[in-house]
Design a protein around this ligand. Structure first.
Ligand code: MEV
Length: 288
């Protein structure tokens, strides 16, 4: 019997870096998914992972799952993805969660979302050594979440459709390296926490003007922290000049993506301004 499962990618809305140090963040899911197909075989673990290329997350997910639930690991696994791992949408966490979901289907085990999260988080920590787990939570629970380090709080936020423009800066960032090399600044993290807690309310209330302002404030603090780049700053600036409510980098910084919250009637203006600075627009839906 062949079983299939999938999990979504993510975008950080507020609170990156601080969330590594026991502060909250807000994360949302993106429409592209990573898919995993699994069937049992007679011999050994075989992984065909052409797009993600890095087999370590699937291997570790299988290892921990089979050990925890005392099931067999003679499996053939195939993965494929709607998105390239270069964009920072969290393909590692999505492939990890999709593997755990597929295994629980294959072995007909009823596992709660919290258990899936806990196992997935362990997998990513074992491989990367660092990480808050926000990406694993997004892949497990979906939607938009208020999240505190390691899943101490995972709170779904009921918000209306998020009108975001997502601009890729053209540079792949190495999140693990950036997180490990960052010198924590707790004054900045405290200020980020205040922004995250305010954004939780403005998002629920659909107050896009205020949410945009908070994004700009968060971006300033990320600049102070030294994780933004000239290109990301420029992309945020032109997005704001073209009618966005606000803009910030999303994720670890050092490259990858920025996001701009927009009134829908300004989408074309904001997108073309970002393209003019050399950014690439990624057409994905959020908060689903
Ligand atoms: C990276 O997308 C976000 C960070 O906060 C890392 C993490 O939370 O695992 C920098």
């Amino acid at each position: 019997m062949k079983v299939k499962a999938s999990a979504q990618g993510k975008l950080m809305l507020f609170g990156e870096h601080a969330v590594i140090y026991n502060y909250p963040c807000i994360v949302t899911t993106v429409s592209p998914r990573v898919y995993v197909e699994i069937e049992r075989n007679m011999s050994q673990l075989i992984i065909d992972n052409p797009q993600v290329r890095d087999n370590r997350f699937v291997e570790e997910a299988v290892k921990l799952f089979c050990k925890t639930y005392k099931v067999d690991n003679k499996l053939s696994i195939k993965t494929y993805s709607d998105f390239s791992s270069q964009y920072g949408f969290g393909s590692s966490s999505a492939v990890t969660v999709a593997t755990i979901l597929a295994l629980s289907k294959l072995y007909r085990l009823k596992i709660s979302k919290k258990e899936i999260f806990d196992l997935g988080y362990k997998v990513t920590l074992n491989i990367q050594g660092v990480g808050s787990g926000f990406d694993v939570a997004a892949a497990t629970f979906g939607g938009t979440l208020y999240f505190v380090t390691g899943g101490k709080i995972i709170e779904p936020l009921l918000i209306e459709k998020l009108n975001l423009v997502i601009g890729y800066s053209g540079m792949k960032a190495n999140t693990t390296k950036l997180v490990k090399s960052l010198k924590p600044d707790f004054r900045i993290f405290e200020d980020i926490k205040k922004i995250v807690d305010k954004a939780k309310i403005t998002l629920i209330n659909g107050d896009w003007n205020k949410t945009g302002e908070l994004m700009n404030q968060n971006q300033k603090l990320l600049q102070e922290l030294g994780v933004s780049t000239e290109k990301l700053d420029k992309m945020c600036l032109v997005a704001n000049q073209s009618g966005a409510f606000g803009a910030k980098l999303s994720g670890a910084g050092g490259g990858d993506c920025m996001i701009a919250l927009i009134p829908e009637n300004k989408r074309k203006d904001v997108e073309s301004a970002i393209i003019k600075t050399g950014g690439e627009i990624l057409n994905v839906k959020c908060n689903i």
